[in-house]
Design a protein around this ligand. Structure first.
Ligand code: MIC
Ligand code: SF4
Length: 755
């Protein structure tokens, strides 16, 4: 970790001069977000950034973090960049590929066995190129990063949309696709559209059942899944300072669900305590010395409406616990209204499973609060009605909460402790159910609840809440129960109430762990061999994508006009498909199989214009590809919401889709498309979406004059001989247009490497 300390010193050394320069240039006080961004501009880039008129700005992040399901593609790309070592400290975390079935020990062993090829690949690439490697069982990327690498005022990118979790320690941490990570690891600048600033002013103090999770559940309700797009959310005020560092992490983590670029809190005593509690007193000392730079200026916080594009006020003293869902994380219900909502909407009232943990909610504080509820079930003679699972976020937390007796408390109410991994959160869940066609409800302390996400079952209604609320519901087994006001009947037939949860922020006896699961890279990795078998079904070396042909693109077929929500889970489903994340051709067999076809309201059934027959999306596209016919995908609002997985961009690219035309994009997905040399365009007039017909032949005109800010034209040739034509927008800057022309950003890096 000594290496980190030097790096952090260097970052802090830059702060004073950078912030002075920025204050002078802009002539105004600065938000924390601006301070961190300005301190991480690449050389020579400052002027443009201060003006804010420019769209894209180049940054030099301090760190890169990758999880196993996205690291494979990121590192396959990095291997082609021709660098001997990564240019900035980087880590790989094995967390997504472990399936929850029986319990921690058995499931981890099974995962090590079936994923050995992928783990060996990741471990040897890490060894060779100088990346830290966190073995399966070590924990979920965002918890491990918070415990080991996040630092106030730093900047990190990570190949996972919940990377913003590190905002809990005052770091600007942003989720990206693997191609972006590859650039930063190769020593190139990382560009980001200069974000809008949303300020959230927290007053008061949490009490009773309300927790940090309820802050973000409420914010999600206010801003919706699109409301944070293009913005960084900065939390401030006495309420912000009263939240534990891990509670702040929960809020920043789930900020991904409102589409925010990231979320952040200023450095304060709670962060210092967490750093000291996790053996990083030296970092806390460094941060204390520059503390004024690690929070927004006083003037900003006293008149926030002058400095933020939008300000939201939340009084923590009045905040009610929330339950969000089903099917979307922004459908927010205060607990007092939830039972009525369940009844009125006819959602299944019987709760079948409660699941706590995940990267969002698995801190020591979370576990202790949930355990305080679980213990009451035993003490008050209540029988837990629903199944109940616990996913610790890291081995450090797991070991410590086991030592302190909490795991035992959960086991006493029938709780099953799963491996320190993503598990059910990402569909790595072999759920036992007697009838998958039955409409059913589950509740989790995770962050996403899109249809089919946890168990692949469209009949499952998934709700999101804090771990303590999930635990109370699991005991009651009934979604119309309100733990704040209602009683339960115990085994003796008495009416009992659950008392408010009690938690401990940091373990009184300190954190402990026997083996945290870290493997340092070789000093000199040049002799390490990385093997990828040509016959592997799990890993495949990448072939460069073809460059643009230099003309307008004409005669495209409509592959699918997707209707409604089309998240990355719809475009490249996770769960059983996670095993192909290192094999582009194999994973392409899941392309868009979850998207609903506008013309028949069915998933994975589109018309093949060559045969006139309806068939699965991937097979139809493979047929077009085999016949040298390009195609286009049309979509609705916030297309590509959710995950950072670039497979959702690479699969269509690989199978010969030429353009994605939608009403609007989610940020990470739009960048991923650009990086892979795909054309991502948006309707100028969203009503033009309605003009697209199933049998259209489609042209994209204006590409020979493709320029920043200049519209392109889409022409629809309908089957009846009529035509429609309309302008479409794009957000490509000059460099991104070069990516498009070269057939992908990596082709340019490769070219430079061989020049
Ligand atoms: C998720 O929560 O959806 C994931 C799985 O962590 C993804 C990353 C992936 O698809 O591998 C994310 O959020 O970016
Ligand atoms: Fe893993 Fe779920 Fe967190 Fe994604 S959201 S990193 S799948 S625990």
């Amino acid at each position: 970790m000594a290496f980190d300390l030097d790096m952090i010193k260097k970052v802090y050394d830059r702060y004073s001069s950078r912030i002075d320069a920025a204050r002078q240039a802009t002539g105004k006080p600065l938000t924390l977000t601006e301070k961190i961004l300005y301190a991480h501009l690449t050389e020579g880039n400052a002027k443009a950034a201060y003006q804010r008129g420019v769209d894209y700005v180049d940054f030099a992040p301090d760190r890169v973090a990758m999880q196993d399901a996205t690291a494979q593609m990121a590192l396959l790309q990095f291997m082609q960049a021709g660098r001997p070592q990564v240019a900035v400290p980087s880590t790989v975390h094995c967390d997504h590929l472990i399936q929850a079935k029986i319990g921690a020990v058995e499931d981890l062993n099974t995962a090590k066995d079936i994923n050995s090829e992928v783990y060996d690949f990741l471990s040897s690439v890490s060894d060779k190129y100088g990346l830290g490697f966190w073995k399966p069982g070590a924990g979920i990327i965002h918890q491990v990063v918070l415990e080991n690498y996040a630092f106030p005022g730093g900047m990190m990118i990570g190949t996972d949309s919940h990377t913003p979790n590190a905002g809990g320690l005052g770091m600007i941490a942003i989720g990206v696709g693997g191609a972006d990570a590859c650039d930063v690891m190769a020593g190139l600048p990382w560009e980001l559209k200069f974000p809008k600033l949303i300020g959230v002013h927290l007053t008061g103090k949490l009490s009773g059942w309300a927790s940090a999770k309820d802050v973000i559940l409420k914010v999600a309700g206010i801003l919706t899944v699109k409301g944070g797009t293009g913005a960084i959310v900065e939390y401030f005020g006495e309420g912000a300072r009263s939240l534990s560092a891990t509670g702040k992490g929960t809020i920043c983590n789930m900020g991904a669900e409102i589409g925010a670029t990231t979320s952040i809190f200023g450095y304060d005593e709670k962060m210092a305590a967490y750093l000291r509690g996790t053996q990083r007193a030296d970092i806390a000392d460094l941060a204390d010395a520059v503390a004024t730079h690690l929070t927004g200026d006083d003037e900003v916080y006293s008149s926030p409406e002058q400095y933020f594009d939008q300000v939201i006020e939340i009084n923590l003293s009045e905040l009610e616990p929330h339950v969000n869902g089903p099917f979307t994380p922004d459908l927010a219900w205060p607990i007092s209204k939830f039972a009525t909502a369940v009844r009125e909407n006819g959602w299944p009232t019987a709760l079948e499973v409660g699941l706590i943990g995940s990267c969002t909610n698995s801190s020591y504080e979370d576990i202790s609060r949930a355990a305080s509820i679980a213990k009451q079930a035993t003490d008050k003679g209540l029988k837990t009605k629903a199944e109940y699972t616990v996913t610790p976020g890291s081995e450090l937390v797991r070991y410590t909460v086991e030592r302190d007796g909490y795991l035992n408390t959960f086991e006493q109410i029938g709780g099953v402790v799963l491996a320190n991994a993503c598990g059910p959160c990402i569909g790595q869940w072999s759920r036992h159910t007697d009838d998958p066609t039955r409409k059913n409800s589950i509740i989790t302390s995770f962050n996403r609840n899109f249809a089919k996400r946890q168990d692949g079952n469209p009949n499952t209604h998934a709700f999101v809440a804090s771990p303590e609320i999930v635990t109370a519901f699991a005991i009651a087994g009934d979604l119309t129960f309100n733990p704040l006001t209602d009683t339960l009947t115990n085994e003796a037939g008495e009416q009992v109430m659950l008392d408010e949860p009690l938690g401990i922020e940091l373990p009184i006896k300190g954190f402990a762990v026997e083996d945290a699961g870290y493997q340092a890279p070789a000093e000199d990795g040049s002799a390490v061999e990385v093997l990828v078998s040509p016959t592997s079904s799990r890993l495949q070396l990448l072939d460069p994508f073809a460059a643009w042909e230099g003309t307008d693109i004409k005669g495209l077929r409509l592959l699918i006009k997707a209707k409604g929500k089309c998240t990355t889970d719809h475009i490249s489903m996770a769960g059983p498909w996670l095993k192909f994340r290192g094999h582009l051709d194999n994973i392409s067999n899941n392309m868009l199989i979850g998207a609903i076809n506008y013309f028949n309201n069915t998933a994975d059934s589109v018309k093949n214009e060559l045969t006139g027959e309806y068939g699965p999306v991937p097979a139809t596209q493979r047929d077009y590809k085999a016949n040298g016919i390009g195609s286009i995908v049309v979509g609705d609002e916030n297309y590509g919401e959710g995950s950072s997985r670039e497979h959702a961009a690479m699969e269509p690219r690989h199978l010969g889709v030429r353009a994605i035309l939608v009403k609007s994009f989610a940020r990470i997905h739009e960048t991923n498309l650009k990086k892979q040399g795909m054309l991502g365009i948006t309707f100028d007039n969203v009503a033009d979406y309605d003009k697209v017909q199933e049998d259209d032949k489609i042209d994209i005109v204006g590409l020979t004059e493709f320029a920043p800010g200049k519209q392109l034209t889409v022409v629809l040739h309908h089957a009846d001989g009529t035509e429609d034509s309309f302008p479409v927008n794009h957000t490509y800057n000059a460099q991104q247009i070069e990516w498009f022309k070269a057939g992908g950003a990596l082709n340019i890096i490769r070219r430079q490497q061989h020049a």
